[in-house]
Each structure stands twice: as structure tokens, then as C-alpha cells.
Design a protein around this ligand. Structure first.
Ligand SMILES: Nc1ncnc2c1ncn2[C@@H]1O[C@H](COP(=O)(O)OP(=O)(O)OP(=O)(O)O)[C@@H](O)[C@H]1O
Ligand SMILES: [Mg+2]
Length: 213
């Protein structure tokens, strides 16, 4: 749950900061320019870490996703994401089925995936409207984020590791896929140029209220 997020974000960040500062110390006298570069890299790693912490805190904030007996916390968190992440796009949140408490890791993955998908709607789609649907089935929870924008060819998307100004981009959809796979779920992107885009994520649930935590 939370520990995985912290490990992957803050933990990774702190260990690279440690390495970079160690390297800077070594180069301090004989290679001051290199040392300064290490310090600068440590600085950006620290800023990224801070962003991650803020995001984790925001996503989980009222610790309500953690032990959500009523199942109301997740829809509420999605409405907050829709309200804060819409930036001029009209975003509706619809809930189908009976909300139940889902494991916090899954709830948090759904919130973060919604945030990433909506960021893409705002940034890339040219859409006027987007709909976030959360559907509770007996053994599955399903999220989709659909927009009426111009779409894209998902097979042509830029991968992480690309060069140039795209070098540090292209992590949003990959993050959604990996986050889903890590928790036994599955993510799909459906889109075509000239049509809208739907990003969907589904997670199996082991029965009502089971598998929490
Ligand atoms: N809803 C959408 N409408 C149109 N194009 C999209 C949409 N979502 C994603 N894309 C396209 O897919 C690409 C990959 O999206 P992804 O979120 O992985 O990366 P990014 O948004 O470019 O960068 P990052 O999310 O890492 O800041 C985008 O650059 C964009 O071309
Ligand atoms: Mg993105």
C-alpha cells in the first residue's frame, strides 16, 4: 500500500540524493564542476521527491481511503481530483453499482490513475468534456476516463527514454499500466485520431469488503 508508494518515490529519491551527494563530496576539490553538477542533480531529485510526497499526501489525505467502511471515500476522492484537475474541461464523475470499501492500495491506484488520465485530457486531447465512471461489480471495480477530444494512436505513443524535449515525458500512461499490473489489475487505452480517448483500469475484488488493506 502506502509503503510501496513511498518506497518507489521517496525511497528511490533519497537513495539517489545520497549517491549524488557522496559523489559530489569526492569530486569537491579536484573536479568542482562535476561536483556542482552532482549537487544540482541532487537538488532536482529532492524537488521531485517533494512533489511525490505532496501527491501521496493529497491522494490519501483524509486517511479515509485507508479504512473505508462505507465505500464513500473513493468516489469523494475522485470528485476532488475532477474538481481540481479539470482546468477548464467539464468533468463529470459517475458512480455505478453499490460503492463498497476497496483495499486502500487499489483505491489509491484508481485516484492516481484518474489524476494522470485527466492530466492527459487537459494537456493533449482538446476535449470539452470528460466523464470519469467508477463501476462496482460483484468481483471487480472498474474505472474509466473518457474524453471527447481528438484522440491519438496509442500504438505510436512516445515511450519513456525518448530523447529531446520529450525525454522526461511519456510516463503517465505507463504509470497507469504498471500501477494496475502491480495490484493484479489491468489498464487499457482506447483511442484513434479524430475520436475521443478512453483510459480504463480494472481491479479484481475478492468479494464484498474482503481483501482490505
Ligand atoms: N486523452 C488523450 N487525448 C489525446 N492524446 C493523448 C491522451 N492521453 C495521452 N495522449 C497521448 O499519449 C501520449 C502519452 O501520454 P503520457 O501521459 O504517457 O505522457 P505525457 O502526458 O506526454 O507525459 P507525462 O504524463 O509523463 O507528463 C501523450 O503525449 C499524448 O500524445
Ligand atoms: Mg501524461
Amino acid at each position: 500500500r502506502l509503503s510501496r508508494e513511498i518506497h518507489d518515490s521517496v525511497g528511490q529519491g533519497l537513495s539517489s540524493i545520497t549517491l549524488l551527494l557522496g559523489a559530489a563530496e569526492q569530486d569537491w576539490d579536484r573536479r568542482p564542476t562535476t561536483a556542482r553538477e552532482h549537487v544540482a542533480a541532487a537538488g532536482s531529485a529532492a524537488r521531485e521527491g517533494l512533489d511525490e510526497v505532496r501527491q501521496i499526501v493529497r491522494d490519501l489525505a483524509p486517511a479515509d481511503l485507508e479504512d473505508d467502511e462505507t465505500g464513500e471515500a473513493l468516489p469523494a476522492a475522485l470528485r476532488r481530483v475532477a474538481a481540481t484537475g479539470a482546468h477548464g474541461v467539464e468533468v463529470q464523475v459517475r458512480v455505478h453499482g453499490d460503492p463498497i470499501g476497496v483495499p486502500a492500495a487499489i483505491a489509491s491506484a484508481l485516484v492516481r490513475s484518474t489524476r494522470g488520465a485527466l492530466a492527459n485530457v487537459v494537456e493533449h486531447s482538446g476535449a470539452h468534456r470528460a466523464v470519469v465512471s467508477l463501476t462496482y461489480l460483484s468481483d471487480e471495480v472498474l474505472l474509466d476516463v473518457r474524453d471527447d477530444g481528438h484522440g491519438f494512436d496509442p500504438t505510436l505513443r512516445v515511450r519513456p527514454g525518448a530523447t529531446g524535449e520529450r525525454a522526461d515525458r511519456g510516463r503517465g500512461l505507463d504509470g497507469i499500466h504498471h500501477r494496475a499490473a502491480d495490484l493484479g489489475g489491468r489498464a487499457e487505452v482506447e483511442s484513434a485520431p479524430g475520436e475521443g480517448t478512453t483510459v480504463s483500469v480494472r481491479f479484481p475484488l475478492d468479494g464484498r469488503g474482503a481483501g482490505r488493506g
